[in-house]
Design a protein around this ligand. Structure first.
Ligand code: ATP
Length: 934
């Protein structure tokens, strides 16, 4: 099919050439072609072979250290230790690989939650299908912001401009046409009547017939050559990698120091000295830190997804926790985007409309008196008719089954809509008055549309009048315009009263604007509607030519109630030290009214800066404005970029929402770009870091909370892992400084069994802690703050670590004392079953105190009593694994042999168990002091 020079054909022949027709394919044809051509997907690039991914976990710096360490142990004639170190290395590698795999799966699952759709016409009906079901011959319907999912030949277009940068690198939008082109001297991508997969519509609308899908598209050809997944590490992952390297270097330094100490002071032979040094290195190196961080981030993305925020990059999870300002638009994010027309101003009269939602049931009343036949009221009828004809929305009655139409079938009890809610509200109001817009659209067919643009804040259509009407009005065509009141009124020169048209004077303008302000103050969103009769078909359809000398028809004011959950989300933000700045295309008074209602604006005199004012402000003035309580209204998307840049220059970490094509630069510029999953365009979704599946502001706040929690959790498990390093080092220091007379309470094998055995699952459990109470009552963390801080190291090494060391050494001595070595502080026998059981006691003491530590780490500042006991199931699983492992190490003969332990009297567990609450108590004391000091 692709061999046909499709671009050379006149549009009339395109359908036949592609075995299609203007009504689109039938479901059967579509099914057959799907079977013939396959799914419209790009083949995944060959993944890194599993074996290589696996090997990577055994060949990094730390792993090499352990391989070499194990090898030296063999040379030093301690084969059990050699085997153990290697075994630990293998287990550690496999575990890291598993964590990486889990993290990848979590991200892949997220990608599956982001399917893309395409709008097509099939069997005469417009429908939304998954983009992967597109087949050659499908009639593709394109609108501003749509991602183009297949290669297609245009058959109709209105002002279509396409961003082809993904394909050609050309960053300016390319103007497209439906006309046939000879194609001589043009490359495939330059053919202006073709659109390509992987590109997107920046403006205009179009219809095109698909001629290539999947790997046969131009993008597929490139993908074949270049597709590769860039696994970029997030800043936190990079910091962890750096940290692991630094700590490893320190560990090696410490190891060498102890080696010299052991040989010089304790008089140990070289081989044993080396093994001790190795023990130190193994004790201090945070082996599992990086994979655990990656997994914690990935699990964070899963939790965020459950709370309606899909994160596209792991690094966004961290940045979210640092957010200091959220710039949000209003319609749909703060409000429900369910519009209902409430008030109408027409010919100086104020008319109220009743009814809820999109059900076309309601009545019209004027000054409390019911209008019996609203459709017979000429002014009202003209206004509503114009509003329904200048309209692209569709109303869908309840229980309308449209097979295959996944996006739009309405199987529910309620009326639903297709398209822009603002426009749908107008259709509903017209229906309430008895105006059937489908019938009217046939009578007064549209010949051209000037689509809505957020910069113009207007939409217009040009329609052909019926001959009899045309004769009566001495005009062949009519332009209907609707848009922002002030901006539209400025283009009006006359206004309609009754059946006559009168020039518009300043008093009437003032009256109209006063009515507009009155509605806006009540939080209503107001549209002005106007028309212009045209004698002949316009020569040019540029907006400037059509949208002038208009006749004002009236105002339509609609209610878009705030989302109920937003008010508390806003309060949460304020408590969390996060500013919210509303940046809306809507009118200042409407925006202020809504902002006040949900608590974004609290002061009596907020600054309302309009787009026009923003244009005239220099950077210093904008910086000034941003220090006040400020709201941006009647802005174009470009203004968003400026506000975001200014806030970032002030050092803020900015999250910004957006849904349109022109929002993309701001979404990219912000630290966190947030796009709408439902109402947003594909382009915005592509530019964003986060996609809200419910378009709801409250979900951003939940994501911030999760972002903070992930970071806090990483700190928790790092502190947890670091704590046990002190008791691992202390026995060796005592051993060295006593000149070898106090036998070493924990040897290398013991240390390994803690770090790579008992500590692992509990550390993971801390990585999965839910956000702790009060996490949103603290100011945001600085982006520059490190995970590992001095305070954290002090808590681990100098506060909790010493308690654990005390426990370990006390347990060690306890075993000797209770076995007849009372009073012999030094000179304890260093071999035999008693020594082994004493080391088992020391080991068990570290493990039991780590259980206490697990509870202590669940919060850095809050008492454990304030945390829900069952809030995290993994904590209990972690404790269970710890207990099972330590009991096995003490009592299972095989493990006794490998690790070098011997059984001790089970009654001793009572003594050991007391250390867990003791350590917890010590940390509670610290928390109490901190709380008091505050
Ligand atoms: P927000 O930016 O908070 O989402 P918004 O939806 O009002 O608010 P825009 O979509 O940029 O922002 O719309 C700007 C203005 O354009 C609206 O306030 C309204 O007056 C007008 N407008 C919106 N939709 C249409 C439409 N479909 N046809 C004509 N005018 C419209």
């Amino acid at each position: 099919m692709q061999t046909i020079a499709i671009h050379e054909l006149p549009t009339s022949q395109v359908f036949a050439a592609l075995d299609s027709n203007p009504q689109g394919l039938t479901p059967d044809e579509a099914r057959e072609r799907l079977a013939q051509y396959g799914l419209n997907v790009l083949h995944e690039p060959p993944r890194k072979p599993l074996i290589r991914a696996l090997l990577a976990h055994f060949t990094h710096l730390m792993a090499w250290l352990l391989w070499i360490g194990g090898g030296v142990a063999f040379v030093a004639q301690t084969p059990t230790l050699g085997i153990a170190i290697w075994l630990v290395n293998i287990i550690n590698g496999l575990f890291s690989f598993w964590q990486e795999y889990k993290a990848e799966q979590a991200t892949a699952a997220l990608r599956r939650m982001l399917p893309s759709y395409a709008r097509v016409r099939r069997a005469g009906a417009e429908m939304r299908i998954p983009a992967e079901h597109l087949v050659p011959g499908d009639v593709l319907l394109l609108a501003e912001g749509d991602h183009i999912s297949a290669d297609a030949r245009l058959v109709r277009e209105t002002e279509l401009r396409v961003d082809q940068s993904a394909l050609s690198g050309e960053s300016h939008p390319v103007r497209k046409t439906a006309d046939p082109i000879s194609g001589i001297g043009l490359s495939h991508a330059e053919l202006p009547n073709l659109v390509f997969a992987g590109t997107s519509v920046t403006s205009g609308t179009a219809e095109a017939v698909v001629f290539a899908t999947g790997m046969r598209t131009a993008f597929g050809e490139i993908a074949r050559l270049t597709l590769s997944v860039g696994d970029e590490l997030s800043p936190l992952q990079r910091e962890m990698e750096r940290l692991t390297r630094v700590v490893s270097a320190i560990a090696v330094g410490v190891g060498l120091f102890f080696f010299v100490l052991a040989v010089a002071i304790a008089g140990i032979d070289l081989a044993n000295g080396f093994i001790f040094a190795l023990g130190m290195i193994v004790a201090f190196v945070p082996e599992g830190l990086l994979p655990t961080v990656t997994l914690a981030l990935a699990l964070g993305t899963q939790r965020m997804a459950r709370r309606n925020a899909l994160v596209k990059r792991l690094s966004a999870v961290e940045t979210l926790g640092c957010t200091t300002v959220i710039c949000t638009d209003k319609t749909g994010t703060l409000t429900q985007n369910e519009m209902t027309v409430r008030e109408i101003w027409v010919g100086g009269r104020q008319i109220s409309v009743s009814g809820v939602g999109y059900a076309p049931e309601g009545s019209f009343s004027e000054c409390g008196a019911l209008l019996e036949r609203p459709a017979d009221d000429p002014e009202l009828r003209r206004l509503l008719l114009a509003a329904t004809l200048c309209n692209d929305a569709r109303l869908i009655p309840p229980h309308t089954m449209t097979p295959e139409d996944q996006g739009h079938s309405n199987n529910g009890e309620r009326w639903s809509i297709l398209g822009d809610p603002t426009e749908a509200a107008l259709l509903v109001a017209a229906r309430k008055a008895g105006i059937d817009n489908d019938a009217e659209a046939q009578q007064i067919p549209r010949i051209r549309e000037l689509p809505f643009e957020s910069r113009r804040k207007r939409m217009s259509v040009v329609c052909r009048l019926q001959p009899q009407v045309a004769a009566h009005r001495s005009a062949g065509f009519v332009a209907y315009v609707k848009g922002a009141p002030k901006e539209t009124l400025a283009l009006c020169t006359s206004f309609a009263v009754g059946n006559s048209i009168q020039p518009l004077d300043e008093t009437q303008r003032a009256d109209i604007l006063a009515a507009n302000d009155q509605y806006a103050r009540a939080g209503l969103r107001v549209l002005a509607v106007a028309q212009r009769l045209l004698n002949a078909m316009p020569a040019s359809f540029e907006a400037e030519h059509i949208e002038r000398d208009l006749t004002f028809l009236g105002l339509i004011a609609m209610m878009d109630p705030p989302r109920p959950e937003v008010e508390s989300a806003v309060a949460t933000c304020h408590a969390a030290g996060i500013r919210i700045i509303m940046i809306t295309g809507d009118y200042g008074l409407t925006a202020e009214s809504i902002a006040r209602r949900i608590g974004i604006i609290r002061g009596a005199q907020p600054r309302i800066v309009t787009g026009a004012e923003l244009d005239s402000m220099d950077d210093a003035a904008l910086h000034d404005a941003l220090t006040d309580e400020v709201l941006f209204a009647r802005v174009a998307p470009e203004h968003k970029l400026r506000v975001v840049s200014a806030l970032r220059a002030q050092g803020h970490v900015v999250a910004v929402t957006g849904d349109g094509v022109n929002d993309a630069p701001a979404l990219k510029q912000a630290d966190i770009g947030v796009a709408m999953g439902r109402a947003g365009t594909d382009v915005a979704r592509e530019a964003a870091d986060i996609i809200l599946t419910d378009d709801n502001f409250a979900s951003i706040v939940s994501a911030v909370e999760e972002g903070r929690a992930v970071y806090a959790n990483i700190k928790k498990f790092a502190t947890y892992i670091f704590t046990s390093n002190t008791p691992e080092a202390v026995p060796f220091v005592l051993f060295a400084f006593s000149g070898g007379r106090i036998p070493i309470a924990l040897n290398v094998m013991h240390i390994l069994s803690i770090d790579l055995g008992t500590d692992i699952v509990p550390a993971l459990a801390l990585g999965a802690e839910p956000p702790e109470p009060g996490i949103m009552e603290r100011p945001p963390r600085s982006l520059k703050e490190h995970v590992v801080t001095g305070a954290m190291l002090r808590r681990a090494y100098l506060w909790l670590g010493p308690v654990q060391s005390l426990a370990a050494m006390a347990a060690f001595y306890y075993q000797y004392w209770t076995n007849g070595y009372w009073g012999q502080w030094l000179d304890l026998p260093a071999d035999g079953p008693l020594y082994r059981s004493a080391t088992a006691m020391a080991l068990a003491a570290v493990v039991t105190t780590q259980i206490g530590n697990l509870f202590a780490q669940r919060s850095e500042r809050l008492s454990v009593l304030r945390l829900p006991l069952m809030g995290n199931r993994l904590i209990w699983i972690g404790i269970a694994t710890e207990v099972i492992l330590i009991v096995a190490i003490v009592y299972v003969p095989f493990l006794q042999d490998v690790i070098g332990t011997a059984a001790f009297n089970p009654v001793n567990w009572i003594v050991l168990a007391l250390w867990a609450p003791a350590l917890l108590l010590v940390d509670e004391l610290r928390k109490l002091v901190i709380a008091r000091r505050k």
